[in-house]
Design a protein around this ligand. Structure first.
Ligand code: DC
Length: 334
């Protein structure tokens, strides 16, 4: 049996804000600690006296926490304490080390526990994966290339002879794909059925197939859950298309890298040559433009720059230069 602590704050004493923040906190605690209906025993809530419009425990019920016991109480009024704060304690039948979660202004209550999440988004060839890997090394945190998770789905379709253009077929099989992310010496390995497919998913064929399957809701829901789970329990940098806008809207740092399509195609040609893939520039450019279109026009979580992301045009910058710029921004704030 383990006790898991958590806290969050609301901006306004309003029912909607309270419901959203309680749901977010409990979901993060649940994901980080592998909790479910059966192993959650009770949740105690306390709220500061400036929260009067809605019971946090009721918000938990509305968020789907039905089977465990819930109890609300009032936090003691201590001078200069954090305003509009909801604290929780979950008793759970687990044997793993509990992961406590503190969100929004409540992160200041337990600075020792706060994981750092950095979101880097941008179109294909903007340099986001290489830059993110460099930053992860320098900050000694993990890097998750989320594109690899969609490439793994495309690869699984190929392996199991599923037509990736057929959304219903993909939907019927997505839960059967055994995709995992592992780390050896802090380097990401993308695994399918316990086989490392990290190199096999880097072909032009897999690039286009990944772009296609990543537009399906069933695929996004499954991969976003995997990505969020990872980020809630690790200090990490995630790169992709929708990290700042959708996967980690509360990431402490968000960056959006851009570069002209021609520059990105040039970079991809050079990268391909190092892997003995010889594709002419025009084909690579057409492929990049098609993927840009597919990725930014799709219905679910398209490629967009989050409102609070810092935009960096990398057209005339080297990888080290971009990484230095990002690190400077992070270090100034930290
Ligand atoms: O970054 P990449 O080229 O490896 O990504 C492969 C495809 O996966 C890309 O065309 C769009 C999709 N993708 C996505 O939809 N969301 C992400 N967070 C990352 C990638």
């Amino acid at each position: 049996m383990k006790a898991i602590r958590g806290a969050t704050t609301v901006e306004k004493d309003e029912a909607e804000n309270i419901k959203q923040r309680v749901k977010e906190l409990l979901t993060e605690i649940k994901n980080a600690n592998n909790l479910n209906e059966d192993n959650m025993i009770f949740i105690l809530f306390s709220n500061t006296a400036d929260i009067r419009s809605f019971y946090p425990a009721k918000a938990a019920r509305e968020a789907g926490f039905f089977s465990c016991a819930l109890y609300s109480s009032l936090e003691p009024e201590i001078e200069n304490s954090l305003n509009k704060c909801i604290r929780i304690m979950v008793l759970a039948d687990i044997s793993t080390k509990p992961k406590h979660i503190y969100l929004h202004n409540a992160a200041a209550l337990r600075k020792d526990l706060t994981t750092i999440n950095i979101a880097v988004d941008g179109p294909a060839g903007s340099g986001k994966s290489t830059v993110s890997e460099l930053i992860a090394k320098r900050l000694n945190i993990l890097h998750l290339d989320t594109g690899a998770t969609y490439r793994a789905v495309a690869f699984a379709c190929k392996k199991h002879k599923i037509d990736f253009y057929d959304e219903q077929q993909v939907k019927a099989n997505i839960d059967k794909f055994n995709i995992e992310i592992k780390y050896l010496n802090n380097k990401q390995s993308t695994m399918l059925d316990n086989i490392d497919i990290s190199d096999m998913i880097r072909t032009p064929e897999m690039s286009l197939a990944a772009s296609t399957v990543s537009a399906y809701k069933c695929v996004r829901d499954t991969m976003v859950e995997l990505q969020r789970k990872f980020a809630s329990s690790n200090s990490c940098i995630l790169d992709g298309r929708d990290i700042g806008s959708n996967v980690l809207p509360n990431a402490q740092f968000k960056f959006f890298l851009t570069a002209s399509a021609e520059i990105r195609a040039k970079r991809r040609v050079a990268e391909n040559q190092t892997k003995n893939i010889n594709q002419p520039f025009d084909i690579v450019l057409a492929d990049i433009m098609l993927r840009d279109k597919q990725d930014s026009m799709r219905k679910f979580a398209p490629l967009v720059c989050a409102d609070d992301a810092i935009k960096i045009d990398t057209s005339d910058m080297g990888i080290d230069e971009v990484a230095d710029k990002i690190l400077k921004i992070i270090q100034e704030k930290v």
